[in-house]
Design a protein around this ligand. Sequence first.
Ligand code: FES
Length: 119
Amino acid sequence: MSDSTKTPEGKTGYYQRHIFFCLNDRTNGEESCAHHGAEDAFARCKAAVKAAGLAGPGKVRVNKAGCLDRCAGGPIAVVYPEGTWYTYVDASDIDEIVESHLKNGQVVERLLTPPEVGR
Ligand code: FES
């Protein structure tokens, strides 16, 4: 197995990094990530990862997720294996996560979800 399929800790994995976007869309009047541009952010991230040549085994996978139970910080995305939680606002935030974290392994500190934020 090549080095490209190893996590930063040296473990082997099918993907080097995996980002999940909460796309939960509540219809009961409560807030959810889908009310704050999550679908557009997911699509932008997927396209940017592909355009950068980062998509595929040994590289990056962009996935949809349901509620990640940190709704108060939404819209939410999380990157593994680091377990880095992001609260993004707009397309430029997504571009920065792709370029900095998914491509170069550098956490985007300004977009981190505060640790105490839950549902
Ligand atoms: S609705 Fe997105 S984390 Fe719960």
